[in-house]
Design a protein around this ligand. Sequence first.
Ligand code: ADP
Ligand code: MG
Length: 226
Amino acid sequence: MQEITGSILTKTRPLMLSDVTIRLGSRMLLAVSAKVMPGEVLTIMGPSGSGKSTLLAFAGGFLDRAFEVSGRLLIGTKDLTETPANQRHAGILFQDPLLFPHLSVGGNVAFAIPPAVKGGKARRALAEAALKEVGLGGFFDRDPDTLSGGQKARVALQRVLVSAPEFLLLDEPFSKLDAPLRRQMRELVFSKAKAAGLPTILVTHDGADAQAAGGRVIEIGIEEKA
Ligand code: ADP
Ligand code: MG
């Protein structure tokens, strides 16, 4: 099946964390250098408080000023380090699906479709197809509150994918799902990231997430407790 969410994707390029270091006061949180190829998932593993969300905030462009950063973030040859968050074309999934409660399920997805897709009908059709792709055909007009956790997670995934991101940032997006759902969502997210050719960074404290991602694993924050 030609995936509808793939049809509005632009070309994909490698994502590069070039000599990134992040400090908090006198504490060196992390130092990471990595090139993530299109369709590759890089996992950053570390315990709670090690700086995983901080690294994704750096990559997403919303890092708190409390942190001191050096290094660059590049997509292809384009330097994004100083680019505002809303111009980075990052697709981000957090632990919580964070659906807008005042919009319908379909409204949540349609909202994320780039403005280049014109016309209410076309936008609705694209959102409907994206929902159908993950087994939520006919859910367009539902209130997000009426969905199960797994259904919400799938809506959040499709909302990110229709936004035509250039790369994905995953902040422990499976950690709140129970075991069978977690396995399904991992498979779904990783297969879609690969199908769309997106360079992806997953941060997690869960070794099973890293294993399922099937790519390189970089550990951070392991020397801290000494
Ligand atoms: P993780 O996601 O690995 O659990 P975080 O990246 O959230 O860890 O946090 C790393 C460290 O930075 C922690 O010690 C945390 O308390 C601290 N921290 C997080 N956000 C801020 C902030 N806005 N200002 C100051 N310190 C912060
Ligand atoms: Mg975190």
